[in-house]
Design a binder for this molecule. Sequence first.
Ligand code: GLU
Length: 488
Amino acid sequence: MSEVRVRIAPSPSGNLHIGTARTALFNYLFAKKNNGKFILRIEDTDADRTSQEYIDNIFDSLKALGLNWDEGPDVGGPYGPYTQSERFDIYPKYVQKLLDSGFAYECFCTPEELEQEKQEATEAKRAYVYSKKCENLTEEQKAKLRSEGRKPAIRFNIAKAQKAFHDSSILEFDDIVKGKLHMDTNLLGDFVIQKSNGAPTYNFAVVIDDALMKISHVIRGEDHISNTYKQILIFEALGFEVPKFGHLGMILAPDRSKLSKRHGATAVSDFVKQGYLTDALINFVALLGWSPSDGEEIKTVDQIAQDFRIGEISSSNSIFEYDKLKWMNGHYIKQIPIEQLKQMLKPYLTKYDLTELTDEQYTKMVEITREPLTLLSDITDAVPYFFGKDVQIDPEAQEKTLDTDVAQDVLKDFVSKAKDWDWNEENLHEKLADFRAFWKESVGIKPKVTMWAIRAAITGRTCGADMVGILEILGKEKSLYRANKAIK
Ligand code: GLU
């Protein structure tokens, strides 16, 4: 296999998980680095858990992250179809091949019988593996079981394959991320490759698909390592070339448990809804297991691709630090050109009447509020005071500021002076500076206390965006109305 061909094979039983996005990215980078192909295959064999909505979500999320595939269900390719449910007529031939060569056998055990076996193993405190009860059934016995209406599942004969291709029961492979890995295949148990209803199981379909799609490297999460041993034996039993395997460490939550919804968003689309940028997300997931050689963590996918080496991926688990992702997201928000940011923020401003602002005022509002945003959605709570005539006063602003005598005096003076001010940025800047200086010099009030009073009256808050900008956007009438109201 000279051409590098890698794939991701998500099961559409949920929206695209951030962990799958990382696996996709590492496959994508590996393909890019090696002039190879990145393939998307949808593994929808489990019809009960599959939905079109999830398939669409997987497509959309990967595209939004910029992880475009060379071959896949929508774009096609030489080894399609790329959706497993459309490949069901391909698998039986290979099942038959394994039956004919003795690497597989029919199993007539009922779910109850298998449950019984499992219980016995539990009681005897041993790990359960299938008893191989059906391995050597005679044709007569099988015919009898069939006549009882039993439909067989097909099991893979591990020991037989292991003996045919290896010296001992230990199966070893060279993982391109983790180095040499091995396992005693006696612990695997003869697993089902085709269910009694004729449907292929994951471990079987994945091998046929990877082989027929000429996948050269299988890069996926380490939760698949035990499957890899099974899959290697099937590749060998069918005479297929075995691809190289690379297993990535898991992504854990900050408390070191499995990352789940209780920690925060886990699906790419949920992160996006919360106001994360896909550029930040992809940059962040790249750092889960990979470190740039120059130590510079902020990088585009193209920059990462230049530096990326699969052998340098850490084989250990990575911690998903939401705070770091937020920081990174804030960094990316700062880079967005203003016109683009204005558009991107609109979905988070639907509770306000944006027509109250001219385009110029809206631009100004975004300019003076963008700095502290770590999520696009932070804008929602950052701007309520730019809208409506009245403003809601925070309890803190009321108690600590407006309820003080100083605030009353400052605001009365502000109203009487400001009514004569020219209401433009330059002048407001100058007048406010004079106003603060007056209160400091003649009454001894600190400039920040003076400004708190004005800010609390006009925005209802004790902190926020640049005060001159706020006054300018609100205009003289609304600003003085709010100041007067606060005095009352
Ligand atoms: N459908 C499997 C999953 O979503 C794919 C695993 C693999 O890459 O082989 O976990």
